[in-house]
Design a protein. Structure first.
Length: 183
């Protein structure tokens, strides 16, 4: 091989080597960068899924209650605690005696099984006025647990009874008071 062609081969090999080296380093940097992105987006998606699961579980728990378990819980409930709770938390807006008298909120004198949003002299929100169901124990439970969630658009600003015992005691009082007013 001549000296000239040796030089040429050397140059070609150098260029080739340089090309391989730069593309290898480039790959290395690019790959690492890509890996980071993949793991990051996986993490975000995963944490999204977690919160979604949490929400789904919460919803299941709060809708787990049914008529029979409310009736069973009412047997153990404390009427006096319910009355105290209502005087403190509801009486500023609601009246509980006959004859029916509205305050900021409608009278609750005979609320059990009364049609939702049905007192003619009271100006309800559309959310309650257009609901044609009745105040069964279950509906009262779900409404009082989270008024704005159960009756979207209600104008009752009360935020709901989060403590299950207090909620059941409140129902016990509403039930007993409604029954007394029937007689
Ligand atoms: C800050 C005032 C306020 C408080 C406190 C309040 N409410 Fe109300 N309540 C209202 C208003 C206003 C409405 C009418 C809601 C509508 O039209 O959307 C209402 C509606 C209701 C209804 C529906 C009545 C019907 O005729 O359909 C029930 C049941 C009820 N409240 C129960 C309670 C109970 C029980 C408490 C206490 C734990 C309570 N509220 C606390 C203002 C209040």
């Amino acid at each position: 091989m001549s000296y000239e062609s040796n030089k040429l081969l050397c140059a070609v090999l150098t260029v080739l080597l340089f090309y391989l080296l730069t593309s290898f380093i480039g790959d290395l940097i690019y790959k690492n960068d890509n890996d980071k992105k993949v793991s990051l987006s996986y993490f975000i998606e995963d944490s999204k899924n977690n919160t979604k699961e949490e929400i789904e579980i919460k919803e299941e728990v709060s809708t787990q209650i049914d008529k029979d378990s409310i009736i069973a819980l009412l047997k153990e409930a404390n009427l006096q605690d319910g009355e105290n709770f209502i005087k403190k938390n509801c009486a500023s807006c609601h009246d509980f005696d006959l004859p029916l008298k509205n305050k900021i909120g409608p009278s609750l004198a005979n609320i059990i099984n009364r049609e939702i949003g049905s007192i003619n002299s009271y100006k309800y929100s559309k959310a309650l006025r257009e609901n044609t169901n009745s105040w069964s124990l279950l509906n009262l439970y779900l409404f009082l647990e989270n008024p704005k969630e159960w009756a979207k658009g209600t104008k009752m600003s009360y935020r709901g009874i989060k403590d299950k015992n207090k909620l059941i005691n409140t129902l016990k009082y509403l039930e007993s008071n409604s029954r007394n007013n029937e007689n």
